[in-house]
Design a protein around this ligand. Structure first.
Ligand code: HEM
Ligand SMILES: [Ca+2]
Ligand SMILES: [Ca+2]
Length: 291
């Protein structure tokens, strides 16, 4: 591998050493980039007017450590071979690297993406899944990005890592339905645990581990949690409660290697979403600004 590759990888390793959040933040950033305008680093653009993709409501919870990782890794690459590797490719590689650093599968990523020329907050509306989505809404949105139900279930396994703010699931604890304030599909002791961590009117900055068992390990415990009624969002929970997707959740819960293989396949497919070539894009010098 070139020195550019070594320096770039070292940048990610150093950043993870400084803060664990680097790992989930970078993985989620890749997903949010690919689902809006394709994998083109459109999510990285900073606008002085606060109207870029990253300013959209659905992107405000993207942790700064993800952006920081990509900007630093790109600088390391740029120092050795300027103008060759796009920010979109650096983001895809960084997402791969953080999965491996958390103990997940190692895999190669396809390269050659160009960086996009558009980044608008208004363009995000309706492109990203909501935690309240049911299985049909999830399947429809992933299918629009050429991802199958199996890919969707495997990619949801990213929730084996990282944090969520309380407001994203509070309704399941306090105002689920007229018949039951707590979502009956939640494991009762898990619901208690969530209520203790997220009392009503909690500080909106409080975030909790999405995987209550192994929050720092990229593993198949996410699926074991779903089987146990410990899926944090409705969009997680439905993967097990829906009869069409339940067999795949059981398989991933029981066979970590099947999960790893499906995750790698789905990440590669995700990385092909709306890829730009030639004059459809550019190789940005600075990931946060158009050239
Ligand atoms: C299936 C539909 C999905 C929904 C509805 C969803 C929704 C969410 C929500 C609401 C959060 C919490 C954000 C916060 O409060 O800070 C979150 C976090 C996260 N999501 Fe997803 N997500 C989905 C799929 C994915 C996919 C496909 C990936 C990556 C492959 C991903 C990776 C992550 C990661 C790593 C975090 C933790 C971020 C952090 O700790 O900074 N998610 N997701
Ligand atoms: Ca994008
Ligand atoms: Ca885990």
């Amino acid at each position: 591998m070139s020195h550019g590759g070594i320096d770039r990888r070292q940048t990610v390793v150093t950043k993870v050493g400084q803060t664990f959040t680097t790992i989930p933040a970078t993985l989620r950033l890749f997903f949010h980039d690919c689902f809006v305008e394709g994998c083109d680093a459109s999510v990285m653009i900073a606008s002085p007017n606060g109207d870029a993709e990253k300013d959209a409501e659905d992107n405000l919870s993207l942790a700064g450590d993800g952006f920081d990782t990509v900007i630093k890794a790109k600088e390391a690459v740029e120092a050795v071979c300027p103008g060759v590797v796009s920010c979109a490719d650096v983001l895809a590689i960084a997402a791969r690297d953080v999965v491996a650093q958390a103990g997940g599968p190692l895999f190669s990523v396809e390269l050659g993406r160009r960086d996009g020329l558009i980044s608008q907050a208004s363009g995000v509306t309706g492109k990203l899944p909501e935690p309240t989505f049911n299985i049909n809404q999830l399947n429809t949105m992933f299918a629009r990005n050429n991802l199958s139900e199996l890919d969707m279930i495997a990619l949801s396994g990213a929730h084996t890592l990282g944090f969520s703010h309380c407001d994203r699931f509070a309704k399941r604890l306090y105002s689920f339905s007229p018949a039951s304030t707590v979502d009956p599909s939640l494991n009762p002791s898990y619901a208690q645990q969530l209520m203790a961590a997220c009392p009503q009117n909690v500080d909106p900055d409080i975030a909790i581990d999405m995987d209550p068992e192994t929050p720092r390990a990229f593993d198949n415990v996410y699926y074991q949690n779903l089987v146990a009624g410990k899926g944090l969002f409705t969009s997680d929970d439905v993967l097990f409660t829906d009869s069409s997707s339940q067999p795949m959740v059981n398989d991933f819960a029981n066979n970590p290697l099947n999960f790893n293989a499906a995750f790698v396949t789905a990440m590669r497919k995700l990385g092909r979403t709306g890829v730009k070539i030639g004059n459809e894009g550019e190789i940005r010098r600075d990931c946060s600004a158009f050239n």
